[in-house]
Design a binder for this molecule. Structure first.
Ligand code: SF4
Length: 328
């Protein structure tokens, strides 16, 4: 029997090439080897109460990108967190075995509290408990994570372990599957590509939009004139060539260093590489978008399949916690 992978992602709307290279491609590959459950965690998004009016649109657009990139509802369960409300019940039950001190020590809680001092809500503190509920409700065994997420997963393991030690073996302790996500730097050349910094290229951008955005990318700051030799190792356009023109990077590096190629031509090459890599994905996306009910159907089917697992787990948990009579 295949091991079960669980992963959740916030509904951030249309995905960008940083999401694609960093997470989505990994999700697609894992489908071949594991029993995968991928969830859009809409309840987690409520901790900041931003863009709630766009939540449904963000879910729809994000799922279109996931499907177009190759996530296959025949192979994986794809659903929205709140469509399986059992997760909220398990969150409450797990909160009874989670010492408050564990939660208050979580660095991301302190960081979030600093970022939104006007809204330091309980959801921010309880976030790791809800995340644990997300995973263990489906008896997730493996969670693909980047190194920065390891402390969260360790806390999920501790909560599962504590529950098991009090009430008997119930949950597998989820193991991390460390993935060396490439750091995709945004077009401004400083921060990680992301919506926060408005430095991204959407997967669904048209070829013209892609070219226009690539042309704004910051390059080697020391290369002020076309005749200046460049330093590809400090240029983000060059780092993106590794993903989109892997066969040409050596040549581009030589030409940059000898001023044989200018930044405008180099960016045009990059835009061509991105557009050619994403052409099939964009075509699939357009075809899926033309079927307005398709995403709804996928998510509804995914929620049904996820809920069947969730109900069994929750029944087991309630029985072990004494909330219902033990079956004989
Ligand atoms: Fe960067 Fe290319 Fe310009 Fe060199 S030629 S600095 S790699 S954009």
């Amino acid at each position: 029997m295949k091991q079960r992978v669980f992963s959740g992602a916030r509904p951030t709307g249309r995905q960008h090439i940083g999401n694609y290279l960093g997470a989505i491609q990994n999700y697609v590959n894992l489908q071949e080897e594991y029993d995968c459950i991928y969830c859009i965690v809409d309840v987690h998004a409520l901790t900041s109460l931003e863009e709630t009016d766009r939540l449904q649109e963000n879910i729809h657009e994000m799922m279109l990108d996931w499907l177009a990139a190759g996530l296959d509802p025949q192979k994986s369960i794809l659903f929205v967190q709140s469509h399986v409300p059992e997760v909220m019940e398990l969150h409450t039950l797990l909160s009874m075995v989670t010492p408050l001190g564990w939660l208050l020590r979580v660095p991301t809680f302190k960081e979030k509290a600093r970022m939104q001092p006007q809204n330091v809500n309980y959801g921010l503190v309880g976030y790791p408990v809800l995340m644990t509920a997300d995973i263990v409700l489906y008896k997730g065994e493996i969670v693909p994570v980047g190194e920065d997420q390891l402390p969260h997963l360790e806390l999920a393991r501790e909560i599962a372990r504590r529950f098991n030690s009090i009430f008997g073996p119930t949950f597998p302790e989820p193991q991390s599957k460390l993935t060396s996500f490439p750091l995709v730097v945004g077009l401004n050349g400083t921060q990680k590509m992301g919506k926060t910094y408005d430095n991204y290229i959407e997967l669904a951008a048209t070829p013209e939009e892609t070219l226009k955005l690539v042309m704004t990318a910051v390059t080697d700051p020391a290369r002020r004139y076309r005749s200046d030799p460049g330093h590809p190792e400090v240029c983000n356009v060059f780092s993106l060539h590794h993903f989109f023109n892997p066969d040409r990077v050596d040549g581009i590096a030589d030409e940059c260093r000898s001023a044989g190629i200018g930044c405008v031509d180099c960016k045009q090459l990059l835009a061509q590489g991105i557009n050619s890599e994403l052409a099939a994905l964009r075509e699939r996306r357009a075809a899926l978008a033309a079927r307005p009910q398709y995403v709804t159907e996928v998510l509804s089917d995914g929620a049904c399949r996820a809920q069947a697992i969730a109900r069994d787990t929750l029944a087991e948990v309630k029985e072990k916690m004494g909330l219902v009579r033990r079956s004989v």
